[in-house]
Design a protein around this ligand. Sequence first.
Ligand code: SF4
Length: 420
Amino acid sequence: MNVYDGWRIAAMLTHRGMVQTQNVSDADIIILNTCAVRAKATDKVFSALGRIRRAKKPSALFGIVGCVAREAGATAFRRIPDLNFVLGPQSYHKLPEIIENPDAKLFNIDLGGLEKFDSLPQMERSPRIAYIPIQEGCNHCCTYCIVPYTRGRELSRPFDACMRDTIHAAKTGAIEICFLGQNVNGYKYTDENGNIYRLSDLIRETAKIPEIMRIRFTSSYPTEMTDDLIDMFRTEPKLLPFLNMPIQSGAPEILKRMNRPYSLELYCDIINKLRIARPDIQISSDFIVGFPGETDSDFEQTMKIAQQIKYINSYSFKYSPRPHTAAAIMPNQIQENIKAQRLAALDNCLNEIQRDFNESCVDKTLECLLEGPDKTGNHLIYRTPFMQQCIVAHRENAPELAKIKITAANKASLRGKIID
Ligand code: SF4
């Protein structure tokens, strides 16, 4: 979601005649787009602002947008008095106001709804993978999560607006569409005639667009994985066989304390249905280790479910207490060294599963999407349908979508050869 917000901010300013620079000392306006999901990310924002303040031109405007802006609120101006703007994730479309009135302080952290989407200019050229936000905010209120506070209650964008953005992306260069939302599979929009639109409707319509060859969505909440959506994996070949559906913990007691009220049986049942619908589907998850009260036995259950489901491409984190959340004040907070040990054990396990899966791809031919050259310029990086990185030798006019024979694999990536 932050990557998407960054694109839209860049497009908004480009539309006003500005050009991008990576050099802080050249910039007339410096925008830090921020994430508040973990404490470490928030801390980094304020040390980065200190560095920017010293490096920027005296006349340059600087400030923060996104979830840290919402979390810090007006205290951001107290910590860094010469900040020019603090705009929450629903208010960054107001950024041009500071350019028009540079002597004022611009502050807006309202959770105003979805109006930003209608007031942002479209991008002239879309990237090959276009992110289309279809809903924002979340009603699930997991006890560790700051998102309901920073992004607000769940709102689904009108179906027509989502399709308008999708068609625009397709006509301006996108090959893959990734629908975005904090609770993306909870997407539900009712129009003025009472017609209800779900994520499966968006997928079905998008698959009819000839330019779009790949569709995916993230991030999914287990109990919102309805049968109509599962069926899309069976009927719609453009929908990639890859799904991020975070389980967070394998221990029922911890899931209860996280306020994620699904049983392991229900979760596994959904995975089984998905595998029946699409036998090659691969699942990814997010994990939190060291949640308050997590015992050794709870953690063992997380390790067990990771091995049982064989998650690929997963993300695991140490629990990080966040303000405005219930878990931050729960008793039995876990010591940092225990969190670190558990994280290392889980990462090892997930890495082994990833390596096994990557090795199982050797000698297979996968249709992959070009991302671009690597840092050396000697190779091209493609993305497989399972989101693995696949490296091939550089060549001119390489196809954007290529059939690649996989020749080698390690934990991090695949190597392959384009089949002409
Ligand atoms: S479902 Fe995701 S975004 Fe919503 S509260 Fe839970 S962790 Fe946060």
